[in-house]
Design a protein around this ligand. Structure first.
Ligand SMILES: Nc1nc2c(ncn2[C@@H]2O[C@H](COP(=O)(O)OP(=O)(O)OP(=O)(O)O)[C@@H](O)[C@H]2O)c(=O)[nH]1
Ligand SMILES: [Mg+2]
Length: 333
């Protein structure tokens, strides 16, 4: 599935319809009073939060949304019809920002929630409204109130259970393709993955969602490489898989680089529980691997789990480790 994680769109709620000036005209009724109806209210811009949608791709094809204006008021006290609303469907996890991305207007976290983002303008009063004891034949009618226009940013944070982090080429996409039916692009050059990819993992009789995130490099928090903007997707995960290419000379260094980027991103990620995994163990001699594990253990104090994403070795253990963390995290929600 194509993935689009942020988009800027133009919204406008409908103008209110103008009120009407009219007088009752009937045979034998000499001074029929004012009977101009009010204008209809303009349509609202409504947001509907839906499940089972994990992309904003629909907004790539259409970026302008205008709700309908209310209709004019009419004679014989008929009010104008209300303008049709516009309903924007957005996936759970979407955040709506103002034009400058400074303020969060709404955090769409509740499934099936609907709310009015921009209210349509009210219709203007017709002259019937202005009838009073002192003015029995008012001519006044009001124009409708204009709708509100605004540019907003929609930004999607995936709600995956597990996020895959690591340097480019660590084998994150290979891992995802191994544990799920997702078919991410895999290649032996850095930055093969340019957008997050999701996969559903079935472990025993349970399932959870893993997000393959584009590789991070040193300085990602300052925008180096693809930067760290995709890290936002990992904020809501229960756990991280920190994947390390064990064939590198110094796996510990790459671990430190990623740790630093996670911590610089902030506490949400810096403190998230991670499962540390050495990948590509199939391409190493036993004693070479043992030595790297030993160094890692001494420095970090944790023994990494060992897998080969290509052969599938060791992957089940990692999945059950993840399930344990997910259970605890789901239970505490
Ligand atoms: N020998 C071996 N090679 C692997 C293993 N896992 C991945 N690779 C290779 O490593 C290279 C990079 O794999 P990807 O899955 O594209 O790596 P990535 O982490 O998604 O990389 P980016 O998307 O660039 O961040 C590919 O050539 C894979 O075939 C493994 O377990 N063993
Ligand atoms: Mg990849």
């Amino acid at each position: 599935m194509k993935f689009l994680d942020q988009v800027k769109i133009y919204l406008k709620s409908g103008n209110g319809g103008p009120g009407c000036t009219s007088f009752r005209r009937e045979k034998f009724v000499e001074y029929g009073g004012p009977d101009g109806g009010d204008g209809g209210k303009g349509g609202d811009v409504i947001v509907h939060v839906v499940e089972n949608l994990n992309t904003l791709i629909d907004y790539r094809y259409q970026q302008h949304f205008k709700a309908q204006s209310g209709q004019n008021g009419m004679g014989r006290n008929r009010s104008g019809k209300k303008g049709d609303d516009i309903i924007l469907k957005v996936p759970v996890g979407t955040q709506i920002f103002d034009e400058f991305k400074e303020e969060v207007l709404h955090d769409c976290v509740t499934v099936d929630e609907t709310f009015v983002l921009l209210r349509g303008g009210d219709g203007g009063f017709g002259n019937a409204h202005y009838k009073s004891s002192t003015n029995q034949a008012p001519y006044r009618n009001d124009p409708g109130w204009p709708g509100i226009e605004s540019w907003v940013w929609l930004q999607l944070k995936l709600i995956a259970d597990v996020g895959l982090v690591g340097l480019p080429n660590a084998g994150k996409s290979t891992f995802l393709s191994r544990v799920s039916r997702a078919k991410p692009k895999i290649a032996d050059y850095p930055f093969t993955t340019l957008h997050p990819q999701l996969g559903v993992v079935y472990a025993g009789d349970e399932e959870f969602v893993v997000a393959d995130l584009p590789g991070l490099i040193e300085g990602a928090h300052e925008g180096v490489g693809l930067g760290d903007r995709f890290l936002g997707h990992a904020e809501r995960c229960s756990a991280l898989i920190h994947l390390i290419d064990a064939t590198q000379e110094h796996p510990l260094e790459s671990y430190d680089i990623i740790r630093q980027e996670l911590e610089l991103y902030g506490d949400v990620l810096g403190k998230k529980q991670e499962v540390i995994v050495f990948n590509k163990t199939d391409a190493l001699l036993d004693d070479e691997l043992a030595e790297k594990i030993e160094i890692f253990k001494q420095e970090v104090g944790i023994t990494p789990m060992l897998i080969s994403a290509v052969s599938g070795n060791g992957i089940d253990k990692v999945l059950y480790e993840l399930l344990k963390i997910i259970h605890i995290s789901r239970a505490s929600k």
